[in-house]
Design a protein around this ligand. Structure first.
Ligand code: TRP
Length: 336
């Protein structure tokens, strides 16, 4: 009899902190690709609310943002039946494994993390131990699920490297305990930049005019694009080095229309910057419209969100406790 053997899918893990607004940059660089990845991998999409606590949060806003991020994940097309969509604090194994990993992570390593240095400078009145140990919690997130792949942007690369170091260190004492994860670099990765300073990445922690939020209304989107920084020339040319502003607008437009920035350049030859901005805003508005519509519908049904997160947490917990139990046993904790 013929048997068809399908290789087990690799596990892919990603998390976003439920703080601030999700930007068009997050959508183009991450969320949009996740929908495609969900077919090829066993995916977990987490809302990292414990990480969010490393800087002061307004409790009501954090709660609201968590539900909102769950709705946004789904509005962007992630299917909670296919992938595990869940909230970090609903699965206690994250904090538990983080403690163990803290005991395998050196002060020197943590103090070399550039994000720690940046955030300590930014929140000088609250340099707490959680901020310092942030990377070992992130390592716990990833290692709990024996993750193979983690899509990371440049800002999280160092944390993933540390995760690999921790996993390798633990494995050298207790062989094969953890899968050592790798960075997943998407094939096409448009890097979307700030509208007000196109030499920097588009970031939700910068001024509001510098990014498009996924939930921005059409008139807000138009206004932000009108104010976007370009240059003192008049020629629409894709040249990220010398014309970062214009090139960023071409990249955004291209990402919306699934073509290359060079193709957009050719289409807009002879037009002025106003026309480019107008084309970019209209393309973004029409891409976001259905997402915003689905988002509003989902947010109108809080019970559905809660139920989705509940079943996500159960599925995540099942996998997480398998790993944690093994870890507890290996390191010598007395098992009942
Ligand atoms: N630190 C990530 C960020 O701020 C969020 C995060 C938490 C994460 N845990 C993770 C990302 C695990 C990837 C894997 O962007």
């Amino acid at each position: 009899m013929e048997t068809t053997q399908t290789a087990p899918k690799k596990t892919l893990y990603s998390a976003i902190q439920p703080t601030g607004s999700i930007t068009l940059g997050n959508y183009i660089g991450a969320l949009r690709n996740f929908v495609l990845l969900a077919d090829d991998f066993d995916c977990l999409f987490c809302m990292a609310d414990l990480h969010a606590l490393t800087v002061r949060q307004d409790p009501a806003a954090l709660r609201r943002n968590t539900a909102s991020l769950a709705a946004l994940y789904m509005a962007c097309g992630l299917d909670p039946e296919k992938s595990i969509i869940y909230c970090q604090s609903h699965v206690p194994e994250h904090a538990e494994l983080a403690w163990i990993l803290n005991c395998f992570t050196y002060m020197g390593e943590l103090s070399r993390m550039t994000q720690f240095k940046d955030k300590s400078a930014k929140h000088a009145d609250n340099i707490n131990a959680g901020l310092f140990a942030y990377p070992s919690l992130m390592a716990a997130d990833i290692l709990l699920y024996q993750t193979n792949l983690v899509p990371v942007g440049a800002d999280q690369k160092q944390h993933l490297e540390l995760t690999r170091d921790i996993a390798t260190r633990v494995n050298s004492l207790y062989p094969n305990l953890f899968t050592v994860p790798e960075a997943y670099i998407p094939k096409t990765s448009a890097r979307i930049r700030s509208l007000s300073d196109p030499t920097r990445k588009m970031s939700k922690s910068d001024a509001e005019d510098s990014y498009i939020a996924l939930l921005d209304a059409p008139d807000v989107i138009r206004r932000k694009f009108r104010r976007a920084v370009t240059d003192s020339e008049t020629e629409i040319r894709y040249d990220p080095e010398n014309k970062p502003g214009v090139s960023n607008l071409l990249s955004i437009l291209a990402a919306m229309e699934n073509v290359t920035p060079e193709e957009e350049e050719a289409k807009l030859k002879g037009c002025n910057y106003g026309a480019l901005k107008e084309a970019a805003s209209e393309a973004v508005i029409s891409t976001l419209a259905p997402i915003q519509e689905r988002y509003q519908a989902l947010m109108g049904d809080k019970e559905h969100i809660a139920n989705t997160l509940k079943s996500g947490a159960e599925r995540a917990h099942y996998l997480a406790q398998k790993t944690l139990r093994k870890v507890y046993k290996k390191v010598g904790l007395y098992q009942l």
